[in-house]
Ligand binder design. Structure first.
Ligand SMILES: Cc1ncc(C[n+]2csc(CCOP(=O)(O)OP(=O)(O)O)c2C)c(N)n1
Ligand SMILES: [Mg+2]
Length: 217
């Protein structure tokens, strides 16, 4: 294969990705990069955790998290994968997983968390709540059906046998993450309120790229 590549194109630089670290635990609202940064900090402090991510901007946010075992749907498919995949991770490996899931996807399969109690699984769930299907809205902003409001997921955790809390600032995120790590034996749901219009860097690039291609056609 290499022989087919012109000789002046055989050398190329691969820049090592720099992952964000050191989230400021202040009163600022939470961006998706803040969540990735908080997870990177957590894994430096407490060791790596395997991650299951759903489909949505949480998957693009996972691209800003340092390398660790990651299960996720490929391409643009299979919303609803994150929570059940996280349970499968813990069942198969015995390791405590971190689950990244959007509020739209959580409405599909979040209820599977109710199975944790009987099996003793205790994933930490970071629920990205922007009260909308952001990935649909970015490509079709004129459709107001993509906004569905807040549904109080944090309060639903108790009924399913876990603990839930809602966070809206970086200080609250850091405190909730530390609490979740310290609590074993019950799933920990951290509902992260993200202001609308806050996209991950990767999704912003993706949307800009798709729009550029569509304009060319
Ligand atoms: C089964 C399935 N249905 C629909 C889609 C299309 N889809 C991709 S992302 C998305 C919205 C996801 O919403 P949410 O989980 O809230 O994440 P956000 O985009 O807001 O980050 C939809 C509807 C899909 N990928 N899979
Ligand atoms: Mg959403």
């Amino acid at each position: 294969m290499l022989e087919l590549v012109p000789s002046d194109e055989r050398d190329f630089a691969v820049n090592r990705q720099v992952f964000p670290r050191g989230m400021l635990a202040d009163a600022a609202s939470i961006t998706r990069t803040d969540i990735a940064t908080a997870v990177n900090d957590l894994m430096v402090e407490r060791g790596k955790m395997p991650i299951a991510s759903g489909m949505g901007d949480c998957l693009f946010t996972a691209m800003e998290i340092d390398h660790t075992a990651l299960v996720a749907p490929g391409y643009y498919a299979t919303m609803g994968f994150g929570v059940p995949a996280g349970l499968g991770l813990q069942a198969a490996t015995g390791q405590r997983p971190l689950i990244l899931v959007g509020d739209g996807a959580f409405q599909m399969t979040g209820w599977e968390l109710g199975n944790c109690r009987r099996y003793g699984w205790d994933p930490i769930v970071l629920l990205f709540n922007n009260a909308r299907w952001e990935m649909l809205r970015t490509f079709q902003p004129e459709s107001s059906c993509n906004d569905f409001g807040h549904r109080g997921f944090a309060e639903m955790a108790g009924g399913m046998g876990g603990d839930g809390g809602r966070v809206g600032t970086r200080a609250e995120l850091k405190a909730a993450q530390d609490r979740a790590v310290a609590m074993r034996g019950r799933f920990q749901l951290i509902e992260v309120t993200i202001p609308r219009e806050v996209l991950s860097n990767t999704l912003q690039r993706f949307v800009a790229g798709v729009k550029r291609l569509s304009a060319v056609r």
